[in-house]
Design a protein around this ligand. Structure first.
Ligand SMILES: [Zn+2]
Length: 314
């Protein structure tokens, strides 16, 4: 299985359009020791021909253009020149940063969308723009998966990709835009999930960009993974409060911080099997600065900090 990181930033990317935090200011001034990042997006493939997107970021258009493997294949002159290698998408929540890119894939492109029943209902019942994915019968086909149950990634025609998945419920909150009446009809365990993908060779990817807490189930899965892409959104619980004034902590927003005694560096210090990589990094996070002590601390602890364009083979 090939795993490509097309985007590694949190919602808003780095720099973020309305942000003048020290990181964003310094990056714009050209004095920052680190990289710009688009919003988190991962693509996987078992055969390098058929690709699946984990989420669909608002930056998807430029991320596809930056990734030759995802460019449409050339067609014979008599056929329409639309043959994208993107066969499907796996949605792990209904956050805008995680689903908006679906609307960019609406050009009558056959697509298999794997999602929980709750996420599908939010998008297709309450947000009429997503009807653009259903204009013709063979456009988007939805496969619902249950948290905890195994499922395989299928192409739009139903071909098995060879990739096996299992999604783990992590959070219990739906996005703020979901109405109260709709919320009452949804299952909280279907709101925010982490994903384990097993390759045909038996290697495992753990993709967990939003983790509110690390419990025994999460630890067990991470222990079995060969490649871990883990929530690196915030450095400290009060990072945004410190920057912007009173508001939500990282815990309130469903993200365990990297540092602090209850943070992921400490909680996952014993993991030794897989390659450990932070992804979904917010523009305010000081570990983005490769000249700073936070970056050093993360690297010394055996973690890497994802960059756009990285690729892995599992
Ligand atoms: Zn910023």
């Amino acid at each position: 299985m090939r795993v490509k990181i097309l985007g590694s930033g949190a919602g808003g990317g780095f720099p973020q359009w309305n942000c003048a935090c020290p990181n964003c200011r310094s990056l714009r001034a050209g004095t920052f020791h680190g990289k710009a990042r688009t919003q988190t997006q991962v693509a996987i493939s078992a055969d390098s021909r058929s690709w699946f997107l984990l989420g669909a970021s608002p930056d998807l258009r430029s991320q596809i253009e930056a990734t030759p493997e995802l460019h449409p294949r050339e067609q014979p002159a008599e056929k329409a020149p639309h043959d994208s290698p993107i066969d499907g998408v796996v949605l792990l929540n209904a956050d805008i940063d995680h689903v908006l890119g679906l609307l960019l894939l609406r050009e009558l492109q056959p697509l298999r969308v794997h999602a929980t029943k709750s996420v599908r209902r939010i998008l297709t019942k309450d947000n009429s723009m997503f009807a653009m994915l259903q204009r013709v019968p063979d456009q988007a086909s939805w496969n619902e998966f249950m948290p905890g149950a195994r499922f395989c990634l299928l192409s739009p025609t139903g071909k098995d990709s060879g990739l096996r998945c299992r999604a783990l419920p992590l959070g219990s909150h739906f996005p703020a835009y979901v109405s109260a009446p709709r919320r009452s009809q949804l299952h909280p365990l279907e709101s925010s999930l982490g994903l384990i993908v097993e390759s045909p060779s038996g290697k495992r990817l753990a993709f967990m960009p939003a983790v509110p807490r690390i419990d025994k189930d999460v630890l067990k899965l991470l222990d079995s993974a060969d490649l871990i892409l883990f929530d690196g959104t915030f450095w400290t619980p009060d990072e945004l409060v410190y920057m912007q004034g009173p508001g939500q902590s990282s815990w309130d927003m469903g993200h365990i911080p990297v540092s602090s005694p209850a943070g992921s560096l400490q909680k996952l210090a014993h993991l030794s099997h897989g390659r450990k990589i932070y992804i979904h990094i917010n523009n305010t996070n000081p570990m983005l600065n490769e000249a700073g002590p936070e970056y050093r601390q993360v690297r010394d602890a055996g973690w890497e900090i994802a960059e756009d364009g990285w690729e892995f083979e599992l």
